[in-house]
Design a protein around this ligand. Structure first.
Ligand code: CP3
Length: 355
């Protein structure tokens, strides 16, 4: 609330709301907002210390711990947004698909979905079991107030379906595509069920204080443009629209999506996350300048000497050309072993940058 609305200066207008949410809505900002995909993770000593005593899923399920990990990372880096510490796969459990993280192998779903019967028995009415994520968001929101943007997230229907069907990560997505092409009625039912669960899950997060929802379609790049349009786009669009109807902007992100960007933008998402394979201006052109974009430094550039890192960071900022609606980020998640000081330096470089 402004104490003296008659004396609002242009600077005040630039600071109303936080700069991350403003950029999502393509409003002018005082400086480019920045945060990092996987900003809380194993590259950070504080996270490794918590992980010595708890599994990944334990951290996610204990709101106190999830909030602590989220807050510590955002404060240590000095970023403009905090993404809630959780994992993409958490909604699988209340749908009836238990999974675990196996050291060095990533997630493993014990009984992957392969048949129409497997799809038919998936639950959609147990999403209240995910309330622990909303409780963690409440704690983060109480801590930061309006200072930072708070990001809730979920997987996109296609990406979560592919995890459910493959049972883990995949190289060629053969089982996923077999079901998609061969059992298209079951495929549609699976995506419909996911949209129901994910909409409810996002609603819990928004009600708890998430300012923005990011939808990760991490494996969308495994689809041709035609298959993306025929088999994934409609369900993503429904989810994007349902979340926007809750009153928050949506960031929609995928990897290896160079050919998919205009189709992804047609979901209506407010912000499209760009991976690092394409110059930011080309990606933004494909998305269209009526949308904001987020990205897109190659996360491995964080291992480069600072002089080179700075050249790359400035290249991205220059490509954004001062247009409203750029959120600086990586083109994919921070990897273990990344020097934390380099991540902190990038924040300073972005905040210092002037046209
Ligand atoms: O700081 C943050 O970004 C928030 C936390 C977050 C995690 N997972 C915690 C996590 C987020 C946003 C995710 C999303 C997620 N999870 C995605 C989408 C993002 C992307 O990379 O495209 C995906 C595909 C997953 C599934 C997943 N979780 C995999 C494949 C793995 C194993 C890979 C690895 O790095 O080991 C995870 C594990 C995971 N989720 C870790 C973290 C911090 C690292 C493992 C650990 O702490 O044991």
């Amino acid at each position: 609330m402004k104490s003296n609305p008659g004396k609002t200066t242009p600077e005040d207008v630039l600071l109303e709301g936080n700069r991350f949410v403003r950029a999502c809505l393509r409003k002018p900002v005082d400086r480019t907002p920045v945060w990092f995909l996987r900003q809380a993770g194993r590259y950070m000593q504080e996270y490794r210390d918590v992980r010595k005593h708890h599994t990944l899923v334990e951290i996610c399920k204990q709101p106190e711990l999830a909030a602590e990990v989220t807050i510590t990372a955002a404060e240590k880096l000095g970023v403009d947004a905090a993404i809630i510490f959780a994992d993409l796969l958490l909604p699988l459990e209340p749908m009836g698909l238990p999974f675990e993280f196996q050291a060095g192998e990533g997630p493993v779903v014990h009984q992957p979905v392969r048949t129409s019967h497997d799809v038919a028995v998936l639950h959609t009415d147990r999403t209240d079991q995910l309330e622990y994520v909303a409780r963690a968001i409440q704690k983060v929101a109480a801590h930061f107030g309006d200072r930072l943007g708070i990001i809730g997230f979920c997987g996109a229907p296609y990406t979560l379906a592919s995890y459910m069907i493959e049972g883990g990560g995949s190289r060629n997505y053969i089982h996923t595509k077999q079901l998609m092409y061969g059992e298209s009625a079951s495929w549609r039912t699976l995506l419909d069920k996911l949209v129901v669960v994910l909409t409810e899950y996002c609603k819990q997060q928004v009600d708890a204080g998430a300012d923005v929802i990011q939808i990760f379609d991490s494996w969308a790049g495994s689809l041709s443009v035609t298959d993306y349009r025929d088999y994934a786009l409609e369900a993503s669009t429904r989810l994007v629209r349902a979340v926007q109807a809750m009153g928050v902007p949506v960031i929609y992100f995928g990897v290896e999506t160079t050919g998919l960007l205009s189709a992804m933008a047609s979901t209506g998402a407010d912000v499209i996350g760009l991976d690092w394979r394409q110059p930011l201006d080309e990606g933004w052109h494909a998305v269209g300048h009526t949308r904001a974009v987020q990205g897109n430094l190659d996360p491995i550039t964080l291992f480069a000497p600072l002089e080179i890192l700075e050249v790359r960071v400035k290249e991205i900022l220059r490509a954004a050309a001062g247009r409203p609606g750029h959120i600086f980020n990586l083109g994919h998640g921070i990897v273990p072993g990344t020097p934390v000081e380099h991540v902190q330096e990038v924040v300073k470089m972005v905040h210092k940058y002037r046209e």
